[in-house]
Design a protein around this ligand. Structure first.
Ligand code: HEM
Length: 397
């Protein structure tokens, strides 16, 4: 099979299958003349060539290209999610694209060790030429953060003024302003979670049932603890149960939830959190299987970006130590280390869902109506689905 980008015949000669003289060849299609002539080594220009500067440039360029692809996928996913109703065929496409982002991020995390083959001494040989250039000025990195849902108030102090590095670059500023004002992936995911079937207070009313289940479960635990003969063990268990009640209060009392949101310790709206918990509990039901996959991919994205930050910080310490300023003017290693906290986790609440889980036997059972709703496809009852055997979770059959 010949490469689709090369208009070559099987004998190797170049022909023009479109019948036009303007047929494109591989390099032309990919504009390789531009990409492959973009490795300007400052050490060469300064007549002191440093071999590893080439790797430094290529690595950054490769990152920027992949950032571009991530943004491309992210924009399309935001478009697909930006609707009151999301057909399940769209959910499949959303999953496919989020999974692609996850795979790219894995690649980006794994790319760090390649640059680490450069020694700090080699880096020192050309570092001075770079100043004041720094990854801190990567527009695409900031756009990616914003489009995912990183908010200015959650950034560490030094980073809250990240726009100033773009000075009077009107295009950059416009792109940043749009990325900050458009609904982020996190905003759209929350809207979608708020519509989780089963949350309706005049319907299945999951939240009320969940609260009752938690209370029954903790009461039962308390009764069992009271049978403990050893006083110290009994007191320990009772104290533990009381702590659990406090933890649950943080989700059942909306005012506690709002206080945590104000402190930046929780990000999701109250209703979105309920949707996420419900999907987690009933993820084995066909209709919640894809939503649950989606939530998992969102956590993967957050955790891979955190892993990239960590690998980058380690590389920075190895290259310039922890006492030197960055070429971008920050405190360098110290600044980067501060970005490793939960502040930058957009889907922090999903990671913390495990705090609120209860054992399977205590999960509120679904009633017939709800089971019917969650079984298979929108608008197709489980009875009918079982009857004609077309039960799939993607709604395509
Ligand atoms: C020898 C390798 C590297 C060193 C020593 C280094 C050093 C630094 C330092 C010190 C900072 C803090 C800002 C400042 O400059 O004051 C920074 C930020 C940053 N660097 Fe690197 N870097 C390296 C490689 C890379 C690579 C390959 C990328 C890929 C794109 C990258 C992307 C970034 C980004 C996005 C930031 C901003 C992070 C944030 O503000 O959260 N860096 N880097």
């Amino acid at each position: 099979m010949s490469c689709p980008m090369r208009n070559g015949d099987s004998d190797g000669s170049i022909s023009d299958p479109l019948g036009t003289d303007a047929g494109m060849v591989y390099g032309e299609y990919l504009m390789l003349d531009k990409i492959l002539s973009a490795q300007r080594m400052l050490s060469v220009q300064n007549n002191k060539p440093v071999h590893d500067e080439h790797l430094f440039i290529i690595t950054h360029q490769a990152y920027e290209l992949w950032f571009r692809q991530i943004i491309f996928e992210l924009d399309s996913v935001r478009d697909l999610l930006n609707s009151e109703t999301i057909e399940e065929s769209k959910t499949l496409e959303i999953l496919k694209r989020l999974n692609r982002i996850v795979l790219i991020l894995k690649l980006l995390v794994d790319q760090v060790p390649i640059l680490e083959t450069m020694t700090p001494l080699d880096f020192m040989d050309f570092r001075n030429y770079l100043s004041p250039a720094s990854g801190f000025q990567s527009l695409q990195f900031r756009l990616m953060e914003n489009k995912l849902g990183v908010k200015t108030e959650h950034r560490v102090k030094y980073n809250q003024r990240y726009t100033h590095v773009f000075g009077t670059d009107a295009d950059a500023i416009e792109a940043i302003v749009s990325s900050e004002s458009e609904p982020s992936l996190s905003d759209l995911v929350q809207k979608w979670l708020e519509r989780t079937p089963g949350l309706e207070s005049d319907g299945f009313n999951f939240w009320e049932k969940f609260q009752k289940s938690v209370n029954d479960f903790l009461d039962e635990q308390e009764r069992m603890a009271m049978h403990e003969k050893m006083e110290a063990a009994r007191n320990y268990r009772l104290m533990d149960i009381e702590k659990r009640r406090d933890v649950y209060r943080s989700i059942f009392d909306p005012s506690v939830h709002e206080a945590l949101v104000r402190r930046g310790e929780r990000r999701f709206t109250y209703k979105a959190l309920q949707g996420a918990i419900m999907i987690t509990f009933y993820r084995d039901e066909p209709r919640f299987s894809q939503p649950h996959q989606l939530l998992t991919l969102l956590m993967d994205i957050d955790s891979l970006i955190t892993k990239w930050r960590y690998n980058h910080v380690m590389m920075v310490q190895r290259m310039i130590g922890s006492q030197q300023l960055g070429t971008g003017g920050s405190s360098g290693y110290q600044y980067l280390r501060s970005t490793l906290s939960d502040r930058y986790k957009v889907f922090l609440d999903l990671f913390n869902l495990s705090t609120f889980l209860i054992p399977r036997h205590a999960i509120p059972p679904l009633n017939d109506n709800m089971r019917d709703k969650l079984n298979v496809i929108y608008g197709l009852s489980s009875e009918k689905a079982n009857h004609d055997g077309s039960a799939t979770s993607n709604g395509k059959n």
